[in-house]
Design a protein around this ligand. Structure first.
Ligand code: FES
Length: 119
């Protein structure tokens, strides 16, 4: 058995945050989270979790999560909570303080998918 360099006894994290960093070519008509500044959001949340000492929270860039029009797409496991990030410091602070520290879902950041076809 290989010794974990961080001293962990089993794989996994208390919370695993995936934020889409996907970028499309400029001529592609579909939206992408990268174009909404998702890489900066990822970087900021990583710094915030580290400063908060949340060593059991992992924030990382994902590929396209396939809810592009509702992005910046973010999903947090194990709850499988989907958020639409607006890139604001205020929203990231709420997600950190409420969800990542205390397991409280940030209701007004939840991703809302419209099933209305507009007809
Ligand atoms: S580009 Fe981000 S969810 Fe598809």
């Amino acid at each position: 058995m290989v010794q974990d360099p961080k001293g962990r006894g089993e794989p996994g994290f208390d919370k695993h945050v995936f934020i889409c960093g996907h970028q499309r070519a400029p001529e592609n008509p579909r939206e992408s989270c990268n174009a909404k500044n998702s890489l900066e959001v990822i970087r900021t949340l990583k710094i915030m979790t580290k400063k908060a000492g949340l060593n059991e929270v992992r924030v990382q860039k994902s590929g396209c999560l396939d809810f592009c029009d509702n992005g910046i797409s973010c999903v947090i496991y194990p709850e499988a909570t989907w958020y639409t990030l607006d890139g604001s410091q205020e929203q990231l602070t709420r997600i950190l303080e409420e969800h990542l520290k205390n397991g409280i879902i940030v209701e007004n950041a939840l991703m809302n998918i419209s099933t209305d076809s507009g007809e």
